[in-house]
Write a new protein. Structure first.
Ligand code: ZN
Length: 392
C-alpha cells in the first residue's frame, strides 16, 4: 500500500498553522524587558491550558496570523506571561507561531496574501448573500436544532456513525447547495475570461477552487467556530477538536473533464468536514481505512477499519484528518464537494512532545494492547512458577 501523506495546500492559508515543521531556532526578537526575559528563560507553552483565564481580543490588530489563533493560544502562555500587556503577548506568541514557517514559507505566505487580494478586488460575486453565514437559510432545521444544546446527545440525534470516528448527517439546504455551485461556476468563468491563473486546492486535485481565495474566508471561519468546533469538541477531543483555530476551505470537482478519482491519502487537518453539494452523479464513493499517526501511516488495516461511504447531496461527513481515505471514480455525471480542513495550532505544538497516539491511531493502540498482553502473560507465568516453587 502506498499512501500520499500530507496532501497539503502549500500556501499558508490565513497564515494558519499548516505544514507544521518547526523552523529551527527562533531569531532574537526585539521585545520589551518582560517578554524578552520570558523568551530566553521559558520560550515554551504550558502543556495544559489555563481554563480560568479570559484571553484578550486581537480582532482589531493587523496581524500575520488570524486573531482567533492569538486568543486561543493565550491560555497556553506560561503563567508569568498572562498579566503582561497585549503587545508583549502578541510578540511572544508571534515568535512561537513563526517557528512554523521557515523564511521561504514566509515569502510564500506574503505572495499568497497578494494573490488573494488581487482576486477579491477584481472578482464580482454573483450571490453576495452566501458570503456571510446565515444559519437559517444555509442549514436544514434538524442540523440547527442540534446546536441549541450542543451536547453529545443532541448531535447523536441527527448523526449516524457507520464506522468508528466517521459521522454523517444532513447539513445544507438544497437551495444553499445550488447557490454555492452557481457561485463557483461563476468564479471559474471569471478566471477563464480574465485568463487568471488560479491555485488549485491541494497537491492532488487539478480541478476545484479555494473558497478562502475569493471571499469566503470569514464565512468559513464562522462555520468552523459555530458548528464544526462544537461537534469536534465532543467527538474528537484527542486530536485538538476543542481548539480548532484555522481552516482551509475549498471545493473539488469530479466527473467527465474533471478529476476522476482521488488516491489514498490523509488530510493536512485535525478534523475534516466534507459536504456533497451535488449535482447528478454515480460512483465517487469515499473509502476509509483507519486512522494513523505519522509513524504508522502506511501500516495495514484491520477488517473493522474498512468502510465505504456513498455521497448524498446536502449530507456531510465529519472525520479526523488522519483517517486514511480516498475517493473512487465518479463514473457518470458531475460531483462537487465542499471541504473544510480544520486545524488546531495548539494540538500541533503539543504533538511534538508525544510519542504514543493510541487514543486515535489504530496501530499505536494495537501495539499498546500487544504490550499489555505480553506483560500479563509474563506475570501469569511468574505467578505459576512461584506457586510451583511454594508447592515444591
Ligand atoms: Zn501510531
Amino acid at each position: 500500500m502506498s499512501l500520499h501523506a500530507g496532501a497539503g495546500d502549500r500556501p499558508a492559508a490565513a497564515g494558519g498553522g499548516n505544514g507544521v515543521v518547526p523552523g529551527g531556532e527562533p531569531s532574537k526578537p526585539a521585545v520589551g524587558p518582560v517578554a524578552a526575559a520570558m523568551l530566553t528563560s521559558q520560550h515554551r507553552l504550558r502543556l495544559n491550558p489555563n481554563k480560568d483565564h479570559k484571553p484578550d481580543s486581537y480582532e482589531d490588530l493587523q496581524l500575520d496570523f488570524t486573531p482567533a489563533i492569538f486568543s486561543s493560544l493565550e491560555r497556553y502562555l506560561p503563567p508569568g506571561m498572562l498579566g503582561v500587556n497585549r503587545d508583549d503577548k502578541v510578540k511572544f506568541m508571534r515568535e512561537i507561531l513563526l517557528k512554523y514557517l521557515p523564511h521561504g514559507e514566509r515569502n510564500r505566505a506574503q505572495r499568497h496574501r497578494d494573490y488573494r487580494q488581487k482576486i477579491i478586488s477584481n472578482y464580482q460575486p454573483l450571490h453576495r448573500e452566501i458570503y456571510t453565514l446565515h444559519a437559517a437559510t444555509f442549514f436544514v432545521p434538524s442540523f440547527l436544532k442540534a446546536f441549541t444544546d450542543s451536547t453529545e446527545e443532541s448531535f447523536r440525534n441527527i448523526m449516524s456513525e457507520p464506522s468508528p470516528g466517521i459521522f454523517t448527517f444532513e447539513m445544507f439546504q438544497p437551495r444553499f447547495c445550488d447557490l454555492v455551485l452557481s457561485e463557483v461556476e461563476n468564479f471559474e468563468k471569471w478566471v477563464n475570461e480574465a485568463k487568471f491563473r488560479i491555485m488549485r486546492p491541494n497537491t492532488m486535485n487539478k480541478y476545484g477552487a479555494v473558497l478562502d481565495d475569493f471571499g469566503f474566508e470569514t464565512m468559513l471561519d464562522r462555520l468552523l467556530e459555530g458548528f464544526v468546533r462544537p461537534m469536534s469538541r465532543v467527538f474528537f477531543p484527542e486530536v485538538g477538536g476543542a481548539t480548532l483555530d484555522s481552516h482551509h476551505g475549498f471545493v473539488v470537482e469530479y466527473g467527465k473533464d474533471r478529476d476522476v478519482d482521488l488516491g489514498f491519502h490523509v488530510d493536512d487537518s485535525e478534523v475534516t468536514l466534507n459536504v456533497c453539494l451535488g449535482k447528478q452523479f454515480s460512483g465517487g464513493e469515499l473509502f476509509f481505512r483507519g486512522t494513523r499517526c505519522d509513524k504508522h501511516v502506511n501500516t495495514g488495516s484491520q477488517s473493522e477499519e474498512i468502510f465505504d461511504y456513498t455521497h448524498v447531496p446536502g449530507r456531510a461527513v465529519l472525520h479526523r484528518g488522519r483517517h486514511r481515505h480516498g475517493a473512487r471514480a465518479t463514473t457518470s455525471g458531475h460531483r462537487i464537494n465542499l471541504l473544510l480542513w480544520c486545524r488546531s495550532s495548539i494540538f500541533r505544538e503539543m504533538k511534538k512532545y508525544q510519542k504514543d497516539f493510541s487514543t486515535w491511531c489504530g496501530e499505536c493502540l494495537r501495539e499498546k494492547k500487544e504490550r499489555q498482553r505480553q506483560t500479563i502473560a509474563v506475570s501469569k507465568s511468574e505467578l505459576l512458577r512461584n506457586e510451583g516453587e511454594s508447592l515444591g
